[in-house]
Structure formats: C-alpha cells, structure tokens
Write a protein of this length. Structure first.
Length: 134
C-alpha cells in the first residue's frame, strides 16, 4: 500500500486565510469608524440647527404675543366685519381703495383733479342701501 502524502501547502494556506481574515476585519473596522464619525458630525450639526430654530421660534412667538391672530383681524371700515386681507381692509374695501388710487393717479397724469370717496363712504346723490327686514 502506498504511503499517504502530506500536503505542504495546507499549513501555509491556513495561515494565509487567517491573515486575510485579520486584514479584512481591520479594514472593515476602520471603515465603520470613519462612517460613524461622519454620522456623528452630521447629527451634531442637525442638533445645533434645531436649537437655533427653536430659539428663533421662541423669539417670533414672543414678538407676536400682543398681536391678534391673522384670522381674528377684521376690516377697518366701520360697520364691516369681513376678514382682513390687506392694508387693514377686507377684499371688497381693498379693491375700492385700489380703484380710487388708480383713478387719482390717472387724473394726475392727465393734469386733472379727482377726489374720490373714502372706503365705506357713499357718493353724494346716491341712495343708501336699505337693509332687508329679515
């Protein structure tokens, strides 16, 4: 019976695989550490930004504490209770103001004088609207 031959490469191959596993493990640990540091940096930046935004919100809310909410503001024309849109007027009175300002500007450009009624006022000679009884 022939004698069993021993493989000379098996011992060195085992050492090579062990060394390869060790090197790959080290490289993986370094990559994980590098990404962890980058992640921590981003998280810290986001936390700082969140703190800045919270402080800004506190300042804005403290500044607006005395003002009524936008929904609660009403038209400044007496007797009109429509919600505020712009420059203290409701949508209707704001359009009246814009129309009046345009008429004044057109008259000035033409060299004429134009006086328009204020928002909510009636022109002379017009009958006031009679409210319905119901």
């Amino acid at each position: 019976m022939p004698r069993k031959r021993s493989n000379r490469l098996s011992a060195s191959l085992g050492a090579f695989v062990e060394e390869l596993a060790h090197v790959l493990g080290e490289q993986a640990n370094q990559a994980v550490a590098r990404h962890t540091r980058a992640y921590d940096t981003v998280v810290n930046e986001l936390r700082a930004e969140l703190r800045r935004l919270e402080k800004r919100i506190e300042r804005v809310s403290a500044a607006r504490a005395g003002r009524p909410a936008r929904d609660a503001r009403r038209c400044k024309v007496e007797g009109c209770f429509q919600p505020h849109v712009a420059r203290g007027f409701c949508k209707n009175h704001y359009q009246q103001t814009r129309y009046r300002e345009k008429k004044i500007a057109d008259a000035r450009a033409a060299g004429k004088r134009y006086t328009a009624p204020k928002p909510g006022e009636r022109r002379p000679g017009r009958k006031p609207k009679v409210p319905l009884p119901f």
